[in-house]
Design a binder for this molecule. Structure first.
Ligand code: SF4
Length: 675
């Protein structure tokens, strides 16, 4: 029975299953208005030394030409803050009109100066006014409140200055750089991040200053997603009737290349699915100009997107237990032919379309792909019609001969199920309406031990049919049934599916499929694939992902594994956490990251942070196992966790010393031993 979804206090449909744009407060950043009905604003940050006026102005100009609407510049010292006046003058001379943001850490005097030169100031509540000594101590209530009061009084003059000048403020909290006070009370958690931000909001509101934008960044997209959602919840509880403050959304220290694009698309995409994000920044360890097309592609996916999904709910249960904390959706484990579900790794399926499209070199190609990248195709999905059955039989034989570990799945019409089940491990049946359930009733008689049936629901009109029929099927065949859904709103539809299964007490594994044939560039497909799959993976949904649509099997497989790693659901490589660099950076971060990567990329499961400066790096590298942090020009500090163990070594020696350190700590394996 459908349950009509109510409207919330802001007039929005109260639903996790319906996409709609939330209209927030508007905040003016110079001429650029963020929030309200305005487009999602694109922003970035310069990587030049701020006092290099020409270099910084040139980079700002290139960013604006690429489509950047707000540009952030670091102001680590008073002299940098003063340089912002000159940059502004130089931009004016060149007729470049763009709002600037001063990025402040630790230096209230620089913030007060910068506020005069730029349209917005970003502060990090973890280090603007609080102590940061990584101390572990018990705070009594009185000691906590006294320290909070001191922090508020250090921050208040900036709020008063911003208000008088008509400037905006970003309260930019980062996972990993929370104050000792917050860390000791709430831990390095999304809740700690939210509490830290709201303490600063209290000061702003006590001065009747409302030009506030929030960010809650983390290098782990799961943490970022949960922190932003939790902040939205707290803001809504604080002022249920009022539109919320706009959010600046991004994943920090995402790295570069495919990895950085995937991580950013997962975190930003997941939040935009919930309409959280009025301005976005994609942080890449690359020339910042290359961030802009990625951010534009992400924003375009949601700009002008019609509201859609489900206006009704089939259940009264949420699709996950808690939207503010990661927990994998519980499922039963399928043991044949592939271990899937439960706490097993999320499996990777390669989707190749119609079997006749298989190139003659296909098996060789996947063999080469696996040999070259050590990524494994665990399941292969082909579409098969009557004419394709002989080719399927041949494929089965070849797979049995050379790729015995690969499960073979075939998507077929109902009439072919019996034939195809004999030569494949799983049949996929598409279900378009409730009438098709009769077919499934007949098909189940063909199920034999060790073979699976996947029911792929085709969601077309905002309604999902009653899945009660699965209950009887599940009683007898529970270890053989899995389910997937295809929809124009894949995130909302899969959430509804998860919710329905939960209400029926069914623990069927869910396969997430992304195999659109619409022509798209590699980057654009990478972004949509990461965003759609990553949103659900961050919620703990998905036991197998099936990726198609890229031009080669290698690309399909590589992207699938990248998405799993980005969502922290399955690790195949070393996890690199590298900052995008800024005016504080003390070396060529892109080049150094590459040098470190060359030596260590085979250490699957290890997290290595490469950070440009010692001021913010150690705090922001959060959960890294080892850290490589610039400590002065040409000098590097090495960290184990958050402890600095080697100081000021020459930059040229540093990558080798890092390898030695990893060996000393027993975390090294030779490349040949890996995998
Ligand atoms: S860690 Fe990197 S991006 Fe952050 S302040 Fe330091 S150099 Fe800049």
């Amino acid at each position: 029975m459908n349950r009509d979804l109510s409207l919330n206090n802001k007039g929005l449909i109260n639903s996790e299953f319906f996409y709609q744009r939330e209209i927030t407060r508007e905040v003016s950043v110079g001429d650029c208005v963020v929030g309200g009905l305005n487009p999602i604003r694109i922003q970035s940050m310069t990587t030049t030394v701020t006092q290099d006026i020409q270099g910084t102005t040139n980079q700002v100009e290139r960013l604006v030409e690429a489509g950047c609407e707000i540009v952030r510049v670091t102001a680590p010292s008073l002299r940098d803050a003063e340089a912002l006046f000159e940059i502004r003058r130089e931009l004016k001379k060149r007729r470049v009109n763009v709002p600037l943001v001063a990025d402040i850490h630790f230096t209230p005097n620089a913030a007060l100066k910068a506020a005069e030169a730029v349209e917005k100031v970003r502060v990090n509540p973890g280090n603007y006014a609080d102590k940061k000594r990584f101390e572990v101590r018990e705070y009594t209530e009185t000691a906590y409140l006294e320290e909070l009061e001191r922090a508020a009084e250090r921050f208040r003059p900036l709020v008063i200055r911003l208000k008088a000048l008509g400037r905006a403020l970003r309260i930019g909290t980062n996972h990993g750089s929370l104050s000792d006070r917050i860390l000791n009370r709430f831990g390095d958690t999304p809740l700690g991040m939210v509490k830290s931000a709201l303490e600063f909001l209290d000061v702003c509101e006590s001065e009747s200053f409302y030009s506030v934008i929030f960010s809650m960044k983390a290098s782990n997209p799961q943490v970022a997603v949960h922190a932003y959602r939790l902040l939205a919840k707290h803001l809504s509880e604080r002022e249920p009737e009022k539109p919320r403050y706009p959010f600046h959304v991004g994943v920090t220290e995402a790295g570069g290349g495919t990895e950085g694009r995937v991580k950013s698309s997962i975190g930003i995409g997941a939040l935009l699915e919930d309409s959280l994000g009025e301005t976005i920044r994609v942080s890449l360890t690359e020339d910042p100009v290359r961030e802009i097309p990625v951010a534009q592609t992400l924003a375009r996916r949601f700009e002008g997107r019609a509201a859609g999904g489900f206006k009704h709910s089939l259940t009264s249960v949420s699709y996950v237990d808690d939207r503010h904390r990661y927990k994998r959706r519980p499922t039963l484990v399928h043991t044949k032919p592939l271990k899937l579900g439960g706490s097993e790794d999320v499996r990777v399926e390669l989707c190749v379309g119609h079997i006749s499209n298989l190139p003659s070199t296909f098996l060789e190609d996947i063999q080469n792909a696996e040999a070259a990248t050590e990524l494994h195709v665990e399941s292969l999905l082909v579409d098969v019609d009557r004419e394709g059955v002989p080719a399927l039989c041949d494929l089965r034989k070849s797979l049995a001969r050379e790729f015995s570990g690969i499960a073979l799945a075939a998507r077929v019409e109902s009439g072919l199920v019996k034939t195809v089940l004999e030569v494949s491990d799983r049949v996929v049946i598409q279900v378009f309406s409730a009438d098709d359930f009769n077919l499934i009733d007949q098909i189940k008689n063909f199920l034999i031990d060790g073979k699976c049936l996947e029911i792929e629901l085709i969601h077309r009109e905002g309604e999902l049919f009653d899945l009660g029929f699965l209950k009887s099927l599940n009683e007898k065949y529970h270890a053989q049934i899995m389910i997937s859904i295809s929809s124009d709103f894949p995130v909302q539809a899969t959430r509804m599916l998860s919710s329905c299964l939960k209400s029926l007490g069914l623990f069927l594994p869910i396969i997430l499929r992304q195999d659109s044939e619409t022509p798209e560039s590699f980057e654009s497909r990478l972004i949509s694939t990461s965003s759609n799959l990553g949103s659900l993976l961050c919620d703990g949904i998905g036991d197998c992902i099936s990726v198609g649509g890229f031009s080669t099997p290698e690309e399909n497989i590589g992207v699938a594994y990248r998405v799993l790693q980005g969502a922290r659901r399955r690790t195949s490589w070393t996890e690199f956490i590298s900052c995008p660099s800024c005016g504080r950076t003390l070396f060529d971060l892109e080049e150094v990251t590459e040098r470190v990567r060359e030596k260590t990329s085979h250490l699957s499961g290890l997290k290595i942070a490469i950070m440009g400066c010692v001021v913010n790096g150690p705090g922001e590298m959060a959960d890294a196992d080892f850290g490589y942090v610039g400590s002065g020009f040409g000098k590097v500090n090495l960290y184990v966790g958050q402890n600095c163990v080697i100081r000021n070594i020459p930059e040229l020696e540093a990558p080798d010393r890092l390898v030695d350190l990893i060996k000393e700590r027993g975390r090294w394996i030779d490349a040949s031993q890996d995998g």
